[in-house]
Design a protein around this ligand. Sequence first.
Ligand code: CAA
Length: 394
Amino acid sequence: MTDSTSDRTFLSWPFFDDHHRTLADRLDAWAAATLPDIVDAPGAHEDVDTTCRALVKALGDGGWLRYAVPKAYGGMFDTLDVRSLCIIRETLARHSGLADFAFAMQGLGSGAITLAGSDAIKSAYLPAVAAGEKIAAFALTEPEAGSDVASIASTLKDAGGELSLSGEKTYISNGGIADFYCVFARTGEAPGARGLSAVVIDADTPGLEIAERIEVIAPHPLAKLFFQGCHVPKENLLGARGAGFKLAMATLDIFRSTVGAAALGFARRALEEALKRTRERELFGAPLADLPITQERLAEMALDIDASALLIYRAAWTKDSGAPRVTREAAMAKLYATDQAQLVIDKAVQMFGGMGVTKGVKVEELYREIRALRIYEGASEVQKLVIARQLLSQ
Ligand code: CAA
């Protein structure tokens, strides 16, 4: 666990209100007191399903999941406060990658309901998400539709008075432990992006099958799903038919900055570990920290961390200030923070030498944890595409 020596000066930047500073302090203390018993328990790393369930429950009991849904449905604020989401992800990631994952998926997995669900659907799902009683998942990616969301092939067809969902989704986080999935599928109002819709489906719906669990370098619940003629009530549609692509993008607009924030938390932890290591480790008769090359690397790490934080909290503040679209800001924040965190963590690993690649050493875990963040919720290359397109359209 972190000893909370990480830099807190960013909290005095003008992006924040007092309640953000209080949140950061309270969550940091809660995480230090609560998370070790869960994430360092015997077998916790091997049985990620049990660990994630325990984390969602603890986050719910602690009141932290209230930040993932709106106030009218058991949440904290009238609308999602992206700065709070970023502070929470940054803080949790600094303590534990799995705790960050458990929090993030409650928000992303229910985000489409928050943005577009009917009052009845919101009431049925969001209070349980906030309490940690229902686990959420976001089912967008398909084997042939990862970066290219407009080519989604799963279908959602009228069948009697209901809808019928068929198709395949893959790399679905929380797949296997989720209680419900927000699924994006083709309803066919138009070709491409304009022919998609979103629907919420319960995990125990007949025809929904966990086809395969997927093992990744930083283990967390992840699966391939099959939907074989699943019957879904029409009331479960999220937003208008044909508006599913825009709903997916609007959801990602909120959560992409928070992926950057998680990367920032990992990077801050790597710098903490590197500072401790280089002060304590003697080399050629002096602490490693005395070497100019070490100081150059530490300086680069600190610079990359501050620059990432500025982009993340700029995007979050812009969204919270009422901007209808923060696509460019969120893309920049996610792209920069995840790419730089990879470099920061790599430098920390190098400073640890052989220990840096040894199982059980924190920087080795961080090295594995960071990698997926440059891929999920829009790969770095997609973020560049988004930024360039916006520039060219002006
Ligand atoms: N908000 C609202 N509307 C948006 C929007 C946004 N952010 N972005 C685009 N739109 C609108 C456009 O204005 C356009 O509207 P009109 O048809 O009215 O003009 C429409 O949506 C289509 O937009 P594009 O032409 O830009 O669409 P595109 O097909 O060229 O794709 C893309 C754009 C940016 C590449 C997009 O497909 C994308 O973001 N891909 C990455 C997908 C991604 O992030 N996947 C992550 C999977 S989820 C995950 O990883 C979660 C997990 O497991 C943890």
